[in-house]
Write a protein that binds this ligand. Structure first.
Ligand code: ATP
Length: 380
């Protein structure tokens, strides 16, 4: 069955100077025997867009990227980059920049020679090579290290060379597969900012595969969440977080309490009263078509504990079941007395707040706009 998706417009329209390509996938699929690694997929990525692909292991992220790069021949469908069908074009002639986790720099060449390599292969005149290489060295802040060999660089510096080499010939499209996967957390965060700045300075279209949902949310204009060879949802980071299309999306991006809905008591426009599996009556926000068979999704930071909960649309009594301090916030699990349902609650931590101990009885509340009905089952 073909899968078509309504794609919302990217929140930040690419700068008018963007020279990145529009990338269009039309019913692109990949099968290995009977196994569908990528189900028929239709998707449009805008010029200059930073587009991230996330999803569990084996969901088809690398397959989609490999098909775009030309390493994996699709079983069906068309891919157009800047309007031209690229399926029959071999990878080295597609002219896409590529950055992967293992930097694959040439060990016997200097930084400058590594960056110059794609230009030499294209027969670019010497003066132009020199000009482009020094521009790239400046962009990735490696001017002082241009004569070093890759083995004399840190992981982050090597990755910056890989980035410069991938972009030096002004490709229309940059493909990145876990480019920061080998770096430690602090360096990864620094590089995320650098790659983002680099991409917006060049205006190039980027397709970026990562395991890291925070990385995707930080960097991307839009994110595709893949699951079982399909695009489960494509939206802006905020759209995915605040309007997840399925319980899978809700739990994959961030944390959520997901309460199965047993009955729709009433609805009026986008407002509803529902009864959950444990018999809890909850005022909720209900997009059209959502009711019984849906799941109630509540984000942990939208739940209020203690006296401040009173007066909200939904107020219940619960018992603290566990408390964990994480950097900047306290995460509680609270069991609701009326229904036996468990909620995850996150409260910003301040030096003066008292942590509630396990076993403490507490009021729990949230507004109706903070309880969203999401279509589908809770099973991941
Ligand atoms: N050459 C192949 N032959 C058979 N099956 C394959 C082949 N290549 C990939 N697959 C299968 O296709 C599915 C998708 O693989 P893919 O590498 O795209 O997943 P992924 O989302 O990138 O996973 P990861 O996050 O682990 O890299 C997997 O189940 C994988 O086992």
């Amino acid at each position: 069955m073909n899968q078509h998706f309504t794609i919302e417009a990217p929140p930040m329209v690419a700068a008018p100077t963007a020279h990145g390509a529009v990338v269009e996938f039309e019913d692109v699929a990949k099968t290995y025997g009977d196994f569908e690694a990528l189900r028929p997929t239709t998707l449009r990525i805008e010029a200059g867009e930073f587009f991230a692909i996330i999803g569990p292991s084996g969901s088809g992220k690398s397959t989609l990227l490999g098909i775009t790069a030309g390493f994996v021949p699709p079983s069906a469908g068309a891919i157009r980059v800047a309007g031209a069908d690229v399926v029959a074009i071999p990878p080295y002639r597609r002219n896409f920049g590529m950055v992967f986790q293992n930097y694959a720099l040439f060990p016997h060449m200097s930084v400058a020679e590594n960056i110059a390599f794609p230009l030499r292969m294209r027969g670019c005149p010497r003066a132009e090579i020199a000009a482009r290489v020094s521009r790239m060295l400046a962009m990735v802040r490696l001017e002082a290290l241009s004569e070093r060999r890759p083995s004399q660089l840190s992981g982050g510096q090597q990755q910056r060379v890989a980035l410069a080499r991938a972009a030096v010939y002004d490709p229309l499209l940059l493909l990145m597969d876990e480019p920061l996967g080998a770096l430690d957390k602090n360096l990864r965060e620094e590089m995320q900012e650098e790659i983002k700045k680099f991409q917006s300075a060049l205006g190039v279209t980027v397709i970026y595969v990562t395991h890291d949902q925070h990385e995707a949310a930080f960097m991307a204009d839009r994110i595709a969440i893949m699951r079982g060879g399909r695009l489960e949802q494509v939206a802006s980071p905020r759209g995915l977080y605040e309007r997840p299309a399925t319980p899978f999306v809700a739990s994959f991006l961030g944390e959520a309490s997901l309460l199965p809905v047993a009955a729709l008591v009433w609805r009026e426009g986008e407002e509803a009263l529902v009864e959950t599996a444990g018999g809890l009556r909850v005022r909720a926000s209900a997009p059209p078509g959502h009711g019984e068979g849906s799941v109630l999704c509540i984000r942990p930071e939208n739940i209020v504990l203690g006296p401040e909960a009173r007066g909200l649309d939904n107020v219940f009594q619960g018992t603290v079941e566990d408390v964990v301090y994480t950097t900047g916030s306290v995460r509680y699990r609270v069991r609701l007395e009326a229904s036996d349902l468990l909620l995850v609650v996150r409260i910003p931590s301040r030096p003066d707040i008292m942590l509630m101990p396990c076993g403490e009885r507490v009021a729990v509340g949230w507004g109706r706009r903070d309880a969203l009905l999401v279509a589908g089952e809770t099973t991941p």
